[in-house]
Design a protein around this ligand. Structure first.
Ligand SMILES: [Zn+2]
Ligand SMILES: [Zn+2]
Length: 326
């Protein structure tokens, strides 16, 4: 199981999922905990994004936040189930499916709403045959090219801009990694070409675009593990853990990606039953304090953490816990 993805062992809950439309390429830094028909708008989240002294951008509190408080919610820009969970979770929001699924072609949605929302990628996706592309991902154990494919479908359908992820920090790609990506790029491009998507609509789909999107997804994607809601869920998830990876999929967000890392974090990201993220305070936070999450499994020892952070995210951690040698 890879630790080279943003990691969380906790989980949280979803409301009205939707992707941003291309006309408004702002992202849902959403605080959607209220219905529109309620008289008052929700308060803005108690955070601001500002430069830190050493780690570039970071997220800071604008007031005291209590331990356990919800700081804000965030909807994914992109989410995709793991190939191993594709038949057991919603193809749009990654919620575990019950008996009331709404079927698409070979996949299922948890609700009519998700089926509607999925049109931004699904209508384009289903015009092509992705067998070779999916086999490539499955055989090589790759999950991020699936997110690139989904974004490409959204761009072709006009639902997202090709520059959607440019706001995120890219990882450095080695020459070997770039060579490895060529096959995925070729399969993605030929999938669309065989589906007769026009050259004009595919103009954005260059090797540079593919690599740049993958470089961003590589260090910004979160591995989603859903919260266990009941005793029955606990039993079935215990069984599922033995059989397969616990993650239901992977997703990319904007605001949660701006949180810096700490091995002893004061905030964490959780998912209750789908890909909607909740950022919560782990302890009392003072006004103007930087909010940080842990990108990796915090239970690892000092050397393992340093090694994963360097390999996966390209930095040496100088948090207080690491400096203390713990
Ligand atoms: Zn759904
Ligand atoms: Zn550290």
């Amino acid at each position: 199981m890879s630790h080279l993805v943003r990691y969380s062992r906790y989980l949280s809950r979803f409301k009205t999922p939707h992707f941003p439309s291309s006309q408004h390429s702002t992202f849902p830094f959403s605080t959607t905990t209220e219905d529109y028909n309620k008289p008052s708008r929700p308060d803005p989240p108690p955070i601001r994004v500002a430069l830190t002294e050493s780690a570039g951008r970071g997220v800071f509190s604008t007031r005291k936040i209590g331990a356990g408080d919800l700081i804000h919610t965030a909807k994914p820009i992109l989410a995709h189930p793991s190939l191993s969970t594709i038949n057991t979770v919603c193809y749009f929001c990654l919620k575990n499916l019950t008996s009331t699924e709404f079927h698409g072609k070979g996949v299922a949605f948890c609700s009519q709403e998700c089926k509607e929302n999925a049109k931004v990628f699904y209508e384009v996706e289903t015009t092509a045959d992705w067998l070779a592309f999916d086999d490539y991902c499955r055989n090589k154990g790759l999950k991020y090219p699936l997110l690139v494919k989904r974004l490409a479908c959204m761009v072709i359908s006009g639902a997202a801009s090709a520059e959607s992820l440019d706001i995120l920090q890219p990882s450095n790609l080695s020459h070997e990694m770039v060579l490895e990506m060529e096959e995925g790029y070729g399969l993605l491009k030929s999938g669309f070409a065989m589906a007769n998507i026009s050259d004009e609509l595919m103009a954005f789909l260059t090797k540079e675009w593919y690599n740049s999107v993958l470089a961003r997804i590589r260090i910004n994607a979160f591995r989603i593990e859903l919260a266990v809601g009941s005793y029955e869920d606990l039993l079935s998830s215990a069984a599922a853990c033995i059989e397969a990876e616990a993650a239901v999929g992977n997703a990319v967000y904007v605001l949660p990606s701006l949180y810096n890392h700490d091995c002893d974090p004061n905030a964490h990201i959780v998912w209750i039953d789908n890909a909607d993220a909740q950022l919560k305070a782990l302890c009392d936070v003072e006004e103007d304090e930087e909010l940080r999450i842990c990108y990796i499994d915090a239970s690892m020892d000092h050397d393992a953490r340093q090694s994963f952070l360097l390999q996966g995210f390209g930095f040496k951690c100088n948090c207080l816990r690491c400096l203390s040698g713990d």
